[in-house]
Design a protein around this ligand. Structure first.
Ligand SMILES: Nc1ncnc2c1ncn2[C@@H]1O[C@H](COP(=O)(O)OP(=O)(O)O)[C@@H](O)[C@H]1O
Ligand SMILES: CC(C)(COP(=O)(O)O)[C@@H](O)C(=O)NCCC(=O)O
Ligand SMILES: [K+]
Length: 243
């Protein structure tokens, strides 16, 4: 069995698979130790594959605590210049978050007519890939929680209870102005991605990450792929194993 880990800036997601598919999946916590809630079959894990955007210090901590969890070898997978016809637009691919490359590769495997990937996590990333597999580049924006936190922490007179509304009408209280404002901004991003996709001739829009369903709720005509990073990571791991 193989254990796949996607360690973002907010949450750690894990997925246990054998040749036949997913056996178990869940979220985890990384403090001094890594806690993968609900993980069974620990002794049957033969290898661990990780995609992470955590700091180098946290990555080392993750590697050390995975070694305590089970004796299986751990391999970290990073962004690449090219794979299977997909080509990265970054001249310095080492700078790209591993999650973005793995999500793009996951999308590329089943969408060959050009696509946009939106990963609405701690940060929101948008990446465009054309029908030839050329990554056209992307965008990095603050995520929803990040924006809420910055308004709470960096503005002295903004008091509000964060609420995840889909309402975008002009607000008539601080709370409405903030909560509707975030929905309005996210909705504008959705329209922008859709208009770019039309202009660039990208057929599909795939969305993943903790706030993915919120973007669908705001009118995004895309498909929800909660496991897109795992789809890419799993395929790359299998390809490398088969030489
Ligand atoms: N249970 C949850 N815990 C944390 N964030 C959540 C949860 N449910 C939804 N979210 C939203 O998802 C975002 C994190 O998404 P996720 O894809 O897990 O991030 P990352 O990959 O950066 O760790 C948060 O910014 C928040 O807006
Ligand atoms: C942009 C990100 C912070 C998104 O990470 P996440 O929100 O999923 O935790 C991550 O992909 C990252 O650290 N990227 C490095 C910079 C880059 O991709 O250019
Ligand atoms: K993200």
């Amino acid at each position: 069995m193989k254990l796949f880990i996607d360690a973002g800036n907010t949450r750690l997601k894990w997925c246990l698979e054998d040749g036949g598919g997913v056996i178990q999946s869940g979220t985890g916590i990384l403090d001094e130790q890594v806690h993968l809630e609900g993980l069974e079959y620990r002794s049957e894990i033969s290898a661990i594959a990780v995609s992470t955007v955590a700091s180098e210090a946290r990555r080392e901590q993750l590697a050390a605590s995975l070694a305590d969890l089970c004796p299986a070898p751990v391999r970290f997978y990073w962004a690449e210049a090219t794979r299977g016809g997909l080509r990265n637009a970054y001249p310095d691919v080492a700078r790209m978050g591993a999650d973005r490359w793995h999500a793009m590769y996951g999308a590329w495997l089943s969408h060959k007519s050009g696509f946009a990937v939106i990963d609405a996590g701690s940060a929101v990333t948008v990446d465009y890939v054309d029908a030839r597999g050329q990554h056209l580049g992307g965008y990095i924006l603050p995520g929803l929680r990040m924006m809420v936190r910055s308004l709470q922490n960096d503005a002295a007179r903004i008091w509000f209870d964060p609420e995840q509304v889909l309402e975008t009408a002009p607000g008539k209280s601080t709370g409405e102005c903030v909560n509707h404002g975030l929905a309005w901004l996210s909705g504008a991003m959705v329209e922008r991605v859709q208009s770019d996709a039309r202009t660039l001739g990208l057929k599909d829009i795939l969305v993943t990450g903790g706030d993915a369903d919120r973007l669908i709720g705001l009118g995004l005509s895309g498909t929800l792929h909660p496991d897109l990073v795992f789809a890419g990571l799993r395929a790359i791991d299998a390809e490398d194993a088969s030489g």
